[in-house]
Design a protein around this ligand. Sequence first.
Ligand code: NAP
Length: 233
Amino acid sequence: MNIIITGASSGIGFEAAIELALDSKNKIVALARSSDKLTKLLEIAKGINPDCQLYPVAFDIVNDDYQSLVSFIQNTLGQVDILINNAGVLINKPFVETSLGEFAQMLESNVLGHVNMIQHMLKLMPTGSHILNIGSMGGFTGSVKFKGLAAYSASKAALHTLTECLAYELGEIGIKVNCLALGSAQTEMLEAAFPGYESPVLAFEMGKYIADFAKTGHKFFNGKILPVAVTTP
Ligand SMILES: NC(=O)c1ccc[n+]([C@@H]2O[C@H](COP(=O)([O-])OP(=O)(O)OC[C@H]3O[C@@H](n4cnc5c(N)ncnc54)[C@H](OP(=O)(O)O)[C@@H]3O)[C@@H](O)[C@H]2O)c1
């Protein structure tokens, strides 16, 4: 399968990329801004599976030039079967202290960057392909909410609704769109959101789950926001 995953330089995305790279038939383009961490990702993936086809690309989903990315993907993958929009950022700040600029930053990174990516990759995605957005229980309607996470959670809620809308609209061309609303997994972002909290789910476990769901979930789900949570947070 030909796969793009964003946010592959750390945490869950890093682990999902490693999991996908275990299958030498998969061709994976792994995106994030930190080229040094992506180099490490490639080293580790090659160490585990020397035949893996992993292509790291330093790319900012908010600010970088999509035309050159599209050309690279066309040349490397040809078509895209799975797009995993996993990149994300978090601000932990009381609502009254959060500036409009910080709200905008959350929306740019957690929603508009993914919109941009989807719009540019759609032309390379055939009928039967899968777009998987990585949401959060913070943005899940009716879930417990936490102080300091208003901007982050609101941006994730927007991503959830975008998922539902796209599943309907892209249904015409046979593309399935789902969203996994994650509870917690032990990463730097979790530490920023809940300092000192220890998640019962490790990053590699969540990464494996996401990799598996990306490959098979669209056979059973479309337009769904699925909670992936054993605890709150
Ligand atoms: N961990 C949890 O408990 C938890 C819970 C709910 C939801 N989630 C969601 O799961 C996803 C992964 O989170 P994580 O915990 O693994 O966090 P993480 O370790 O902080 O990883 C975030 C990733 O996103 C990348 N990224 C951020 N902005 C980017 C941009 N503009 N362009 C390209 N890449 C960008 C980062 O790489 P660079 O800095 O190198 O660009 C990094 O690879 C996020 O969407 C997060 O909201 C996580």
